[in-house]
Design a protein around this ligand. Structure first.
Ligand SMILES: [Zn+2]
Length: 279
């Protein structure tokens, strides 16, 4: 009796243990499959070749020539060099762009940059005749014969740390080159941007907005955002003419009160920072 009873008890115990084991096994296999699911695609991605950086620029430039499939990288520290006339807004935006990528940079004079082997971003305009930097920059579309034109070239062939060269017909052109560079960075893959030569100029010289409607005028913040956001896509003009601003129409003889005048001063400055004409 004792033996039979003990055996039954033992069988029960074993069966309970088996069940526990099975549960544990099930849990383990579940947890393994759960933990494996996110791991496997990561391994698959590591095995695949890195995607090539694209150069889909909007508005579509006159010409883009892709110089390599794998792209190029700008390995910091980067020398930012103003060559010829300075466009303050373009220099500031270049700095912001590099900061956003976590690339260290500093502005260098041409003499300092010539001494250094660092990566370069060169912003060139109006430097004079027969300049090595500007004259020999390929310009497929004759962009540099047009107002607001620019040629942007990204390459790591000669300077293995990378060089971005933007040559403008004028100061505006240099700014638009920087805006194109920004879009290249947005499409970077694994730290590499497209290796390209972009020749571009606008078909329409004044592009932007007339705030000329009836009803509630835009706010200070609306206008600031408008300048900042549309400047990214090479808009360059804003005309201040809200129909329901009394100082613009019925009270046109009166001066703007100081706080309103200060707001407009601020807007003109923001327009300037974004290479935009405030009319
Ligand atoms: Zn030059």
């Amino acid at each position: 009796m004792d033996n039979a009873y003990t055996k039954i008890k033992r069988d029960q115990k074993e069966s309970i243990l088996n069940k526990k084991e099975k549960k544990l096994n099930l849990l383990l296999s579940l947890s393994m499959s759960v933990s494996l699911i996110p791991v496997m695609p990561v391994l698959a991605e590591e095995d695949a070749a890195p995607a090539a950086p694209t150069a889909d620029i909007f508005p579509v430039p006159q010409s883009i020539v892709t110089d390599s499939a794998e792209g190029m990288s700008l390995t910091g520290p980067v020398d930012v060099v103003v060559h010829g006339t300075r466009n303050e807004a373009a220099v500031t935006k270049t700095g912001e762009l590099l900061d956003a990528q976590g690339i260290t940079w500093s502005e260098k004079t041409e003499a300092e940059a010539a001494e250094s082997e660092n990566a370069k971003v060169i912003l060139a305009v109006d430097c004079g005749e027969d300049c090595q930097t500007c004259t020999y920059t390929p310009d497929a579309e004759g962009a540099l014969d047009h107002q607001q034109g620019y040629v942007l070239q990204t390459s790591d062939d000669e300077n293995t740390k990378g060089e971005v060269r933007i040559v403008g017909t004028d100061k505006d052109g240099v700014y638009y080159g920087v805006m194109t560079l920004r879009q290249l960075f947005q499409q970077a893959e694994g730290g590499r941007i497209a290796e390209v030569t972009v020749s571009d100029y606008p078909d329409v010289l004044y592009r932007g907005y007339v705030e000329g409607f009836y009803g509630t005028p835009w706010t200070f913040q609306d206008r600031t955002s408008l300048f900042e956001d549309t400047s990214l896509y090479k808009m360059n003009t804003y005309v201040y003419a809200p129909k329901d601003d009394p100082y613009h129409r019925s009270s046109w003889r009166e001066l703007y009160p100081e706080d309103k005048a200060e707001e407009i001063r601020q807007l003109v400055k923001t327009a300037d920072d974004n290479n935009m004409i405030f009319c």
